[in-house]
Design a protein around this ligand. Structure first.
Ligand SMILES: NC(=O)C1=CN([C@@H]2O[C@H](COP(=O)(O)OP(=O)(O)OC[C@H]3O[C@@H](n4cnc5c(N)ncnc54)[C@H](O)[C@@H]3O)[C@@H](O)[C@H]2O)C=CC1
Ligand SMILES: O=C(CO)COP(=O)(O)O
Length: 334
Protein backbone atom coordinates (compact mmCIF):
# COMPACT_ATOMS: atom_id res chain seq x y z
CA UNK A 1 0.00 0.00 0.00
CA UNK A 2 1.43 3.33 -1.06
CA UNK A 3 -0.37 6.10 0.84
CA UNK A 4 -0.58 9.34 -1.13
CA UNK A 5 -3.89 10.88 -0.13
CA UNK A 6 -5.60 10.95 3.25
CA UNK A 7 -9.09 12.17 4.13
CA UNK A 8 -9.56 13.51 7.66
CA UNK A 9 -13.21 13.79 8.67
CA UNK A 10 -14.09 16.36 11.35
CA UNK A 11 -12.96 19.98 11.34
CA UNK A 12 -12.65 20.48 15.11
CA UNK A 13 -9.49 20.84 17.20
CA UNK A 14 -8.02 17.40 16.76
CA UNK A 15 -9.10 16.67 13.18
CA UNK A 16 -7.63 19.98 12.02
CA UNK A 17 -4.40 19.43 13.97
CA UNK A 18 -3.77 15.91 12.70
CA UNK A 19 -4.64 16.97 9.16
CA UNK A 20 -2.10 19.81 9.43
CA UNK A 21 0.62 17.51 10.81
CA UNK A 22 0.08 14.93 8.05
CA UNK A 23 0.49 17.50 5.23
CA UNK A 24 4.24 17.08 5.84
CA UNK A 25 3.98 13.49 4.54
CA UNK A 26 0.98 13.19 2.22
CA UNK A 27 -1.81 15.12 0.48
CA UNK A 28 -4.58 15.75 2.99
CA UNK A 29 -8.21 16.74 2.49
CA UNK A 30 -10.09 17.81 5.61
CA UNK A 31 -13.85 17.35 5.51
CA UNK A 32 -15.93 19.62 7.74
CA UNK A 33 -19.70 20.00 7.63
CA UNK A 34 -19.54 23.72 8.31
CA UNK A 35 -19.04 25.77 5.11
CA UNK A 36 -17.62 28.77 7.01
CA UNK A 37 -14.95 26.59 8.61
CA UNK A 38 -14.02 25.18 5.19
CA UNK A 39 -13.83 28.65 3.67
CA UNK A 40 -11.71 29.91 6.59
CA UNK A 41 -9.24 27.00 6.29
CA UNK A 42 -8.91 27.37 2.51
CA UNK A 43 -8.61 31.13 2.32
CA UNK A 44 -7.20 32.34 5.63
CA UNK A 45 -5.43 29.12 6.71
CA UNK A 46 -6.87 29.29 10.21
CA UNK A 47 -9.60 27.57 12.23
CA UNK A 48 -9.87 30.16 14.97
CA UNK A 49 -12.96 28.72 16.66
CA UNK A 50 -10.99 25.60 17.61
CA UNK A 51 -7.32 26.54 17.33
CA UNK A 52 -7.13 30.23 18.18
CA UNK A 53 -3.36 30.68 17.87
CA UNK A 54 -2.61 28.49 14.88
CA UNK A 55 -1.68 29.16 11.28
CA UNK A 56 -2.41 26.11 9.16
CA UNK A 57 -0.27 24.90 6.28
CA UNK A 58 -1.34 26.30 2.91
CA UNK A 59 -1.19 22.76 1.53
CA UNK A 60 -4.13 21.73 3.73
CA UNK A 61 -7.30 21.66 1.63
CA UNK A 62 -10.74 21.57 3.24
CA UNK A 63 -14.07 20.62 1.68
CA UNK A 64 -17.74 20.22 2.58
CA UNK A 65 -17.98 17.41 0.00
CA UNK A 66 -17.47 14.16 1.91
CA UNK A 67 -17.71 12.10 -1.30
CA UNK A 68 -14.82 13.98 -2.90
CA UNK A 69 -12.68 13.66 0.24
CA UNK A 70 -13.31 9.96 0.83
CA UNK A 71 -13.51 8.90 -2.83
CA UNK A 72 -9.90 9.85 -3.53
CA UNK A 73 -8.43 8.71 -0.18
CA UNK A 74 -5.98 5.86 0.48
CA UNK A 75 -6.69 6.22 4.23
CA UNK A 76 -9.73 7.66 6.06
CA UNK A 77 -9.20 9.25 9.49
CA UNK A 78 -12.23 9.80 11.76
CA UNK A 79 -12.12 12.82 14.11
CA UNK A 80 -15.85 12.86 14.79
CA UNK A 81 -17.25 12.86 18.36
CA UNK A 82 -18.39 9.40 19.44
CA UNK A 83 -22.15 10.01 19.39
CA UNK A 84 -22.01 11.06 15.69
CA UNK A 85 -19.32 8.65 14.56
CA UNK A 86 -21.63 5.96 13.16
CA UNK A 87 -23.83 8.34 11.18
CA UNK A 88 -20.78 9.88 9.47
CA UNK A 89 -19.39 6.38 8.75
CA UNK A 90 -22.65 5.46 7.03
CA UNK A 91 -22.04 8.31 4.59
CA UNK A 92 -18.41 7.22 4.18
CA UNK A 93 -19.65 3.77 3.12
CA UNK A 94 -21.09 5.12 -0.16
CA UNK A 95 -17.76 6.59 -1.25
CA UNK A 96 -14.86 4.59 0.24
CA UNK A 97 -12.80 2.26 -2.00
CA UNK A 98 -12.30 -1.38 -1.06
CA UNK A 99 -9.61 -2.15 1.53
CA UNK A 100 -8.97 1.49 2.48
CA UNK A 101 -7.97 1.56 6.18
CA UNK A 102 -10.10 3.60 8.59
CA UNK A 103 -8.40 5.07 11.67
CA UNK A 104 -10.29 6.46 14.66
CA UNK A 105 -9.01 9.46 16.66
CA UNK A 106 -12.12 9.43 18.85
CA UNK A 107 -11.99 8.84 22.62
CA UNK A 108 -15.52 7.84 23.50
CA UNK A 109 -18.04 4.97 23.44
CA UNK A 110 -21.33 4.81 21.58
CA UNK A 111 -24.00 5.24 24.24
CA UNK A 112 -26.72 2.85 23.00
CA UNK A 113 -24.43 -0.03 22.09
CA UNK A 114 -21.47 0.70 24.48
CA UNK A 115 -19.23 -0.04 21.52
CA UNK A 116 -15.70 1.23 20.94
CA UNK A 117 -15.28 3.22 17.73
CA UNK A 118 -13.21 0.51 16.03
CA UNK A 119 -16.08 -1.91 16.70
CA UNK A 120 -18.40 0.56 14.99
CA UNK A 121 -16.01 0.71 12.01
CA UNK A 122 -15.90 -3.10 11.83
CA UNK A 123 -19.68 -3.25 11.89
CA UNK A 124 -20.33 -0.49 9.33
CA UNK A 125 -17.39 -1.16 7.00
CA UNK A 126 -16.65 -4.89 7.20
CA UNK A 127 -13.41 -5.91 5.51
CA UNK A 128 -11.69 -2.55 5.91
CA UNK A 129 -8.56 -2.58 8.08
CA UNK A 130 -9.21 -0.45 11.16
CA UNK A 131 -7.21 1.10 13.98
CA UNK A 132 -6.89 3.85 16.52
CA UNK A 133 -4.42 6.70 17.04
CA UNK A 134 -4.31 7.68 20.71
CA UNK A 135 -2.06 9.03 23.46
CA UNK A 136 -1.23 12.22 25.37
CA UNK A 137 -2.01 14.55 22.49
CA UNK A 138 -3.54 17.86 23.47
CA UNK A 139 -4.29 19.41 20.10
CA UNK A 140 -3.14 22.97 20.68
CA UNK A 141 0.33 21.91 21.85
CA UNK A 142 0.85 19.65 18.86
CA UNK A 143 -0.34 22.39 16.53
CA UNK A 144 2.20 24.70 18.18
CA UNK A 145 4.94 22.19 17.42
CA UNK A 146 5.81 20.92 20.90
CA UNK A 147 7.23 17.40 21.07
CA UNK A 148 4.65 14.67 21.68
CA UNK A 149 4.25 10.92 21.36
CA UNK A 150 1.28 8.86 20.24
CA UNK A 151 0.37 5.24 19.53
CA UNK A 152 -1.21 3.74 16.44
CA UNK A 153 -2.85 0.40 17.20
CA UNK A 154 -3.99 -2.07 14.54
CA UNK A 155 -4.20 -5.83 14.14
CA UNK A 156 -2.43 -5.75 10.80
CA UNK A 157 1.30 -5.48 11.46
CA UNK A 158 2.22 -4.47 7.92
CA UNK A 159 -0.33 -1.69 7.48
CA UNK A 160 0.36 -0.32 10.96
CA UNK A 161 4.01 0.28 10.06
CA UNK A 162 3.04 2.10 6.89
CA UNK A 163 0.58 4.29 8.75
CA UNK A 164 3.15 5.01 11.48
CA UNK A 165 5.10 6.86 8.74
CA UNK A 166 2.00 8.66 7.50
CA UNK A 167 0.98 10.05 10.92
CA UNK A 168 4.39 10.64 12.50
CA UNK A 169 6.65 13.52 11.64
CA UNK A 170 9.32 15.63 13.28
CA UNK A 171 8.51 16.10 16.93
CA UNK A 172 5.26 14.09 16.67
CA UNK A 173 6.55 10.60 17.32
CA UNK A 174 4.19 7.68 16.66
CA UNK A 175 4.73 4.20 18.15
CA UNK A 176 2.94 1.05 17.01
CA UNK A 177 0.93 -1.35 19.18
CA UNK A 178 -1.22 -4.38 18.39
CA UNK A 179 -3.49 -4.03 21.43
CA UNK A 180 -6.37 -2.19 19.78
CA UNK A 181 -8.79 -2.79 22.68
CA UNK A 182 -6.37 -1.62 25.38
CA UNK A 183 -5.20 1.47 23.48
CA UNK A 184 -8.72 2.50 22.62
CA UNK A 185 -10.04 2.00 26.16
CA UNK A 186 -7.11 3.93 27.64
CA UNK A 187 -8.25 7.00 25.68
CA UNK A 188 -11.91 6.55 26.59
CA UNK A 189 -11.57 5.82 30.30
CA UNK A 190 -9.03 8.50 31.23
CA UNK A 191 -11.60 11.19 30.44
CA UNK A 192 -13.76 10.34 33.46
CA UNK A 193 -10.75 10.35 35.77
CA UNK A 194 -9.80 13.77 34.34
CA UNK A 195 -13.23 15.05 35.39
CA UNK A 196 -12.45 13.79 38.92
CA UNK A 197 -9.05 15.55 38.86
CA UNK A 198 -10.79 18.75 37.75
CA UNK A 199 -13.29 18.41 40.59
CA UNK A 200 -10.36 18.22 43.00
CA UNK A 201 -8.42 21.09 41.49
CA UNK A 202 -11.59 23.20 41.36
CA UNK A 203 -11.98 22.75 45.09
CA UNK A 204 -8.40 23.72 45.83
CA UNK A 205 -7.13 20.21 46.56
CA UNK A 206 -3.37 19.75 46.49
CA UNK A 207 -0.83 18.06 44.27
CA UNK A 208 -0.82 14.96 46.49
CA UNK A 209 -4.56 14.64 45.99
CA UNK A 210 -4.25 14.88 42.21
CA UNK A 211 -1.48 12.27 42.24
CA UNK A 212 -3.68 9.93 44.28
CA UNK A 213 -6.60 10.37 41.86
CA UNK A 214 -4.37 9.72 38.85
CA UNK A 215 -2.83 6.61 40.41
CA UNK A 216 -6.03 5.10 41.79
CA UNK A 217 -7.76 6.15 38.56
CA UNK A 218 -5.20 4.25 36.54
CA UNK A 219 -5.82 1.17 38.69
CA UNK A 220 -9.55 1.22 37.96
CA UNK A 221 -9.07 1.97 34.25
CA UNK A 222 -6.69 -0.98 34.06
CA UNK A 223 -9.10 -3.31 35.88
CA UNK A 224 -11.92 -2.63 33.44
CA UNK A 225 -9.63 -2.48 30.40
CA UNK A 226 -8.06 -5.86 31.17
CA UNK A 227 -11.47 -7.42 31.92
CA UNK A 228 -12.58 -6.25 28.46
CA UNK A 229 -9.56 -7.79 26.73
CA UNK A 230 -6.83 -5.12 26.86
CA UNK A 231 -3.30 -5.96 28.00
CA UNK A 232 -2.14 -4.64 31.41
CA UNK A 233 1.10 -3.15 30.00
CA UNK A 234 -0.88 -1.03 27.53
CA UNK A 235 -2.38 0.89 30.45
CA UNK A 236 1.11 1.66 31.78
CA UNK A 237 2.06 3.14 28.39
CA UNK A 238 1.28 6.26 26.35
CA UNK A 239 -2.34 5.31 25.66
CA UNK A 240 -3.00 4.69 29.37
CA UNK A 241 -0.85 6.43 31.95
CA UNK A 242 0.54 8.92 29.42
CA UNK A 243 -2.84 10.23 28.34
CA UNK A 244 -4.17 10.12 31.90
CA UNK A 245 -1.36 12.38 33.15
CA UNK A 246 -1.74 14.86 30.28
CA UNK A 247 -5.49 15.11 30.65
CA UNK A 248 -5.61 15.23 34.46
CA UNK A 249 -2.99 17.99 34.70
CA UNK A 250 -3.54 20.23 31.68
CA UNK A 251 -5.40 23.52 31.64
CA UNK A 252 -6.24 22.66 28.00
CA UNK A 253 -8.26 19.54 28.83
CA UNK A 254 -12.00 19.90 28.22
CA UNK A 255 -12.79 16.97 30.55
CA UNK A 256 -10.79 18.44 33.42
CA UNK A 257 -12.52 21.77 32.72
CA UNK A 258 -15.92 20.06 33.19
CA UNK A 259 -14.74 18.80 36.60
CA UNK A 260 -13.59 22.26 37.62
CA UNK A 261 -16.92 23.79 36.65
CA UNK A 262 -18.82 21.07 38.55
CA UNK A 263 -16.69 21.95 41.56
CA UNK A 264 -18.00 25.52 41.28
CA UNK A 265 -21.49 24.09 41.79
CA UNK A 266 -22.62 24.40 38.17
CA UNK A 267 -24.73 21.70 36.51
CA UNK A 268 -23.92 19.83 33.31
CA UNK A 269 -26.53 21.59 31.20
CA UNK A 270 -25.01 25.00 31.94
CA UNK A 271 -21.45 23.77 31.47
CA UNK A 272 -22.12 22.07 28.13
CA UNK A 273 -24.12 25.07 26.85
CA UNK A 274 -21.02 27.22 27.25
CA UNK A 275 -18.57 24.77 25.69
CA UNK A 276 -18.02 24.77 21.95
CA UNK A 277 -15.96 21.60 22.10
CA UNK A 278 -16.77 18.05 23.10
CA UNK A 279 -15.99 16.55 26.55
CA UNK A 280 -16.20 12.84 25.77
CA UNK A 281 -15.93 11.73 29.42
CA UNK A 282 -19.29 13.26 30.29
CA UNK A 283 -20.95 11.69 27.22
CA UNK A 284 -19.50 8.20 27.67
CA UNK A 285 -19.88 7.91 31.46
CA UNK A 286 -23.21 5.98 31.40
CA UNK A 287 -21.76 3.44 28.94
CA UNK A 288 -18.61 3.05 31.05
CA UNK A 289 -20.64 2.44 34.22
CA UNK A 290 -22.80 -0.13 32.41
CA UNK A 291 -19.67 -1.94 31.21
CA UNK A 292 -18.16 -1.89 34.72
CA UNK A 293 -21.34 -3.56 35.98
CA UNK A 294 -21.40 -6.08 33.12
CA UNK A 295 -17.76 -7.08 33.75
CA UNK A 296 -18.12 -7.00 37.55
CA UNK A 297 -15.40 -4.37 37.99
CA UNK A 298 -15.41 -1.83 40.81
CA UNK A 299 -14.72 1.73 39.70
CA UNK A 300 -15.17 3.94 42.77
CA UNK A 301 -13.79 7.16 41.26
CA UNK A 302 -15.77 6.82 38.03
CA UNK A 303 -18.94 6.00 40.02
CA UNK A 304 -18.60 9.15 42.11
CA UNK A 305 -18.03 11.26 38.99
CA UNK A 306 -21.07 9.65 37.36
CA UNK A 307 -23.30 10.54 40.32
CA UNK A 308 -22.26 14.18 40.03
CA UNK A 309 -22.75 14.21 36.25
CA UNK A 310 -26.28 12.85 36.75
CA UNK A 311 -27.02 15.49 39.38
CA UNK A 312 -27.39 12.89 42.16
CA UNK A 313 -24.52 14.33 44.22
CA UNK A 314 -22.62 17.59 44.44
CA UNK A 315 -18.96 17.73 43.51
CA UNK A 316 -17.95 18.70 47.03
CA UNK A 317 -19.84 15.77 48.57
CA UNK A 318 -18.62 13.28 46.00
CA UNK A 319 -15.11 14.55 46.23
CA UNK A 320 -14.86 13.55 49.87
CA UNK A 321 -15.67 10.01 48.73
CA UNK A 322 -13.12 10.00 45.94
CA UNK A 323 -10.33 9.28 48.39
CA UNK A 324 -11.95 6.84 50.68
CA UNK A 325 -11.34 7.24 54.39
CA UNK A 326 -11.19 3.52 54.99
CA UNK A 327 -8.44 2.44 52.66
CA UNK A 328 -7.78 -1.25 52.14
CA UNK A 329 -4.75 -2.83 50.52
CA UNK A 330 -3.35 -0.88 47.56
CA UNK A 331 -4.04 -3.83 45.27
CA UNK A 332 -7.76 -3.70 46.12
CA UNK A 333 -10.45 -1.46 44.60
CA UNK A 334 -11.68 1.45 46.73
N1 LIG B 1 -8.71 18.00 21.06
C1 LIG B 1 -7.80 17.16 21.47
O1 LIG B 1 -6.78 17.57 22.03
C2 LIG B 1 -7.97 15.68 21.24
C3 LIG B 1 -9.21 15.13 20.95
N2 LIG B 1 -9.34 13.78 20.78
C4 LIG B 1 -10.63 13.17 20.46
O2 LIG B 1 -10.96 13.49 19.11
C5 LIG B 1 -12.38 13.51 18.96
C6 LIG B 1 -12.77 14.81 18.28
O3 LIG B 1 -12.38 15.82 19.20
P1 LIG B 1 -12.07 17.33 18.86
O4 LIG B 1 -11.68 17.53 17.45
O5 LIG B 1 -11.16 17.80 19.90
O6 LIG B 1 -13.54 17.91 19.12
P2 LIG B 1 -14.08 19.36 18.84
O7 LIG B 1 -15.23 19.55 19.73
O8 LIG B 1 -12.96 20.33 18.83
O9 LIG B 1 -14.59 19.22 17.32
C7 LIG B 1 -15.53 18.26 16.94
C8 LIG B 1 -15.82 18.46 15.46
O10 LIG B 1 -16.73 17.46 15.04
C9 LIG B 1 -17.73 18.08 14.26
N3 LIG B 1 -18.96 17.30 14.33
C10 LIG B 1 -19.76 17.05 15.38
N4 LIG B 1 -20.80 16.31 15.00
C11 LIG B 1 -20.67 16.10 13.67
C12 LIG B 1 -21.45 15.43 12.70
N5 LIG B 1 -22.59 14.82 13.01
N6 LIG B 1 -21.01 15.43 11.44
C13 LIG B 1 -19.87 16.05 11.11
N7 LIG B 1 -19.09 16.72 11.96
C14 LIG B 1 -19.50 16.73 13.24
C15 LIG B 1 -17.90 19.47 14.88
O11 LIG B 1 -18.52 20.34 13.96
C16 LIG B 1 -16.45 19.82 15.16
O12 LIG B 1 -15.86 20.35 14.00
C17 LIG B 1 -12.98 13.36 20.37
O13 LIG B 1 -13.38 12.03 20.54
C18 LIG B 1 -11.79 13.66 21.29
O14 LIG B 1 -11.88 12.95 22.51
C19 LIG B 1 -8.28 12.95 20.84
C20 LIG B 1 -7.02 13.45 21.10
C21 LIG B 1 -6.78 14.86 21.33
O1 LIG C 1 -7.50 13.39 24.69
C1 LIG C 1 -6.99 14.46 24.90
C2 LIG C 1 -5.55 14.61 25.12
O2 LIG C 1 -4.86 13.43 24.83
C3 LIG C 1 -7.84 15.68 24.99
O3 LIG C 1 -8.44 15.70 26.23
P1 LIG C 1 -9.77 16.56 26.44
O4 LIG C 1 -10.81 16.00 25.52
O5 LIG C 1 -10.10 16.44 27.89
O6 LIG C 1 -9.42 17.99 26.06
Amino acid sequence: MQVQRVAVLGGGSWGTTIAAVMTRNVEVTLWARNADTVEEINTRHTNLGYLPDATLPEKLVATTDIGAAVGSADVVVMAIPSQHFRSVLRTVKEHIHAWVPVISLTKGLELDTRMRMTQVIEQELPGHPFGVLTGPNLAREIMAGYAAASVIAMDDEVIVRELQEVFGSGLFRVYTNDDVIGCELGGVLKNIIAIAAGMGDGQGAGDNTRAAIITRGLAEITRLGVAMGGRPETFAGLAGMGDLIATCTSGQSRNRHVGMELARGRDMEEIVAEMRMVAEGAKSAPAVMALAKEYGVEMPIASDVFRVLRGDATASRAFRGLLRVEAGAESEPG
